[in-house]
Design a protein around this ligand. Structure first.
Ligand code: PLP
Length: 399
């Protein structure tokens, strides 16, 4: 079956939650995808920052196949070796002492919200998050997400979430009440347009947490697992959270999420407090272990930093070349964005569609930037190729 046959058939059977590119992807290798018509694409999306080691990574495929041939699932009524191994690797390489496994980012955040409330004394349940944040699509996580467009039509929202203006520490402090138990934020906001929080701002948030006895929760679902050039983004920021959530890249494509915390906070959960039937599935954890082992090899993060700087410089060059469309670049490691001018924003969706038609995948994030989140194994040659196509598209559209 070709693209059009499958797309036509899908329109009849899917609930219309997604706007999709008109392509049926059938195969992937490294930074390349192939669709049902045999067209090739250069992937600067990675399944939304998920396939960090590229498509069909041999170590991940091997780990998945070996585990799938041995044992698929037993539930958390039993131990499994892949789950223990991955938890050990996460704990040995982070601030955390303990791990809870889930299947997705939203579920990891749900676990973080629940443990923050359970740990805090009765009457302290409110969580402050930031405007422009994205924390998932379950009811609690859309309530925690500081963008009303995700909440509209789903009211009433679960109680206990307030949203603070972005990059305004004073306004954040004013929202702290005796009912507050935690501050939840992404060290760099991915979905709303690759917006980094400054070191000073993050240090200020940490200080507020210390002063008011609040927990600091970092949502590293998009920026964790090597994306910013270190295993976790917090390592570069001089700020250590109390709770951290992970998902996206941790399974390189298999559904897996994790909530990490310290011994002290972890003690708030006892048998029966929280659970997941599939969470920490042995096949997903075998993939996660292969991901961690690959990333922890010497030189991996240095290469991400180097290639990230290369992508940043290339995009900065284009911003200089097309000032009517772009004003500059922002990001860290291999999450980089070309910041669009008001004219550029009008054309954002157009630019992405033209890139797609020329075989380059990227997306228009936060209605303000072109976001580039390629597999972390992307090469300079692949970046050059993407930049050439992007340059052609921008020059066609330049007013
Ligand atoms: C993607 C994302 C989520 C939600 O993850 P799902 O796996 O889609 O539930 C939460 N927080 C951030 C920062 C994300 O980028």
């Amino acid at each position: 079956m070709n693209n059009q046959q499958i797309i036509d058939d899908s329109a009849e059977v899917f609930i219309g939650t997604y706007n999709r590119f008109p392509a049926v992807m059938v195969e992937g290798n490294g930074c390349r995808l192939t669709d049902a018509d045999g067209r090739e694409y250069l992937d600067f999306l990675s399944g939304i920052a998920v396939c960090a080691l590229g498509h069909s990574n041999p170590a991940v495929t091997r780990a998945i196949c070996e585990q799938a041939g041995r044992l698929l699932h037993v539930s958390n009524l039993f131990y499994t070796a892949p789950q223990s191994r991955l938890a050990r690797l996460l704990v040995d390489n982070s601030f955390a002492d303990k791990v809870f496994f889930a299947n997705s980012g939203a579920e990891a955040n749900e676990a973080a919200i629940k443990i923050a409330r359970k740990f805090s004394s009765p009457g302290r349940y409110e969580i402050i998050s930031l405007e422009g944040s994205f924390h998932g699509r379950t009811l609690a996580t859309i309530a925690a997400t500081g963008q009303t467009k995700f909440q509209e039509g789903f009211e009433p929202m679960p109680e206990g979430f307030v949203s603070a203006p972005f990059a305004d520490l004073e306004a954040l402090e004013k929202l702290i009440t005796p009912a507050t138990c935690a501050i939840l934020c992404e060290p760099l906001q991915g979905e709303s347009g690759v917006r980094p929080l400054s070191r000073e701002y993050l240090k200020g948030i940490r200080q507020l947490c210390n002063q008011h006895d609040l927990l600091l929760i970092f949502d590293e679902i998009q920026v964790g697992m090597g994306r910013t050039g270190t295993l976790f983004a917090y390592e570069q920021l001089g700020v250590i959270p109390d709770i951290m959530t992970l998902a996206k890249a941790i399974g390189n494509g298999l559904p897996l999420g994790a909530m990490l915390t310290t011994n002290k906070i972890a003690a708030a959960f006892t048998p029966g407090s929280h659970a997941s039937t599939f969470g920490g599935n042995p096949v997903a954890c075998a993939a996660g272990t292969a991901v961690m082992e690959t990333m922890l090899k010497p030189g991996f993060f240095a290469q991400v930093q180097k290639i990230g700087a290369y992508l940043n410089a290339g995009l900065a060059g284009l911003a200089g070349q097309f000032p009517q469309l772009a004003t500059g670049v922002r990001g860290a490691g291999l999450i980089q964005a070309l910041i669009l001018t008001p004219v550029g924003r009008e054309l954002g969706a157009d630019i992405i569609n033209k890139l797609f038609r020329r075989g380059v995948l990227a997306n228009f994030a936060g209605n303000s930037v072109l976001r580039f989140i390629p597999p972390l194994i992307v090469s300079e040659a692949e970046i050059d190729k993407m930049l050439t196509v992007l340059s052609q598209v921008l020059s066609d559209l330049q007013p």
